[in-house]
Design a protein around this ligand. Structure first.
Ligand code: PGA
Length: 263
């Protein structure tokens, strides 16, 4: 296979970091140099906390690096204190993440709420990363496939195949997030194949446009192993995306892997 059907995506989930706007801008600038260099081979999107969206948007102008938010609400406007609507984000962002495991576990988000968010974000014209993944206990009990397909199917019921090219599914085993215990590529591969089967069942041939990412302790040392998988169209990166130098090496590594045969 020469090159890939889908362009690889590296998504940088900064979570609730960094603390200062100036540091956010510096990180964005640091990453954008490598991203611009490899723009034809890998798409890069940064997901800062809400207050840093505007300064980072400004810093990214003309670089080709895309911007996204880490969450959104499903309503368009109204009396929803503390919430941010996808329509508000659409002025600044190309992307939004929904259903990250930290939202699900720390803030009690349900599959149905994640589905509503994904549908509203699509409706607002955003590209959407829907996160799915099993907990440590579910993994240990052998329930990964059941949990992941259940989470995904609820989201897919509210999404139309016509939005497939703006949909990304990130498979992130909860036990691999922020732990340094990344899922073995072969293990991640089998779950990402399952994700693609569910996408095909829901969207038919349009599923070919949906990208599937792996996330969970991805860093410069292991990113190539995922990028080489036929089932994997890139990574959602947390901790390692806060280091401009390391994340830049990851962009270069994914660009290099995108031209080599998939395994
Ligand atoms: P991590 O986080 O790379 O720090 O494991 C990934 C994520 O939460 O998206």
């Amino acid at each position: 296979m020469a090159g890939r059907v889908r362009q690889p995506l590296l998504a940088a989930n900064w979570k609730m970091n960094p603390l200062a706007a100036a540091d956010a801008v510096e990180l964005a600038r640091g990453v954008s140099r490598a991203a611009s260099e490899h723009a034809s081979l890998v798409e890069v999107a940064l997901f800062p906390p809400f207050p840093w969206l505007l300064p980072v948007w400004d810093a990214l102008k003309g670089t080709g690096v895309e911007l996204g938010a880490q969450d959104c609400f499903w309503e368009r406007a109204g009396a929803f204190t503390g919430e941010v609507s996808p329509a508000m984000l659409a002025g600044w962002c190309a992307w939004v993440i929904v259903g990250h495991s930290e939202r699900r576990t720390l803030f009690g988000e349900t599959d149905e709420q994640v589905a509503l968010k994904a549908a509203a974000a699509m409706e607002a014209g955003l590209s959407v990363i829907v996160c799915v993944g099993e907990s440590e206990a579910q993994f240990a009990a052998g329930h990964t496939e059941h949990v992941v397909s259940g989470q995904l199917d609820v989201a897919l019921r509210r999404l139309a195949a016509s939005g497939a090219d703006r949909l990304v599914v990130a498979y992130e085993p909860v036990w691999a997030i922020g732990t340094g215990r990344n899922a073995e590529p072969a293990l991640a591969h089998s779950t990402m194949r399952l994700v693609r089967q569910r996408l095909e069942r829901a969207f038919g041939p349009r599923a070919a446009s949906v990208r599937v990412l792996y996330g969970g302790s991805v860093n410069a040392a292991n990113v190539t192993a995922y990028a080489q998988l036929e089932s994997c169209d890139g990574s959602l990166v947390g901790g390692a995306s806060l280091k401009a130098e390391e994340f830049s090496r990851m962009i270069a590594a994914v660009a290099a892997a995108s031209g080599s045969p998939a395994t």
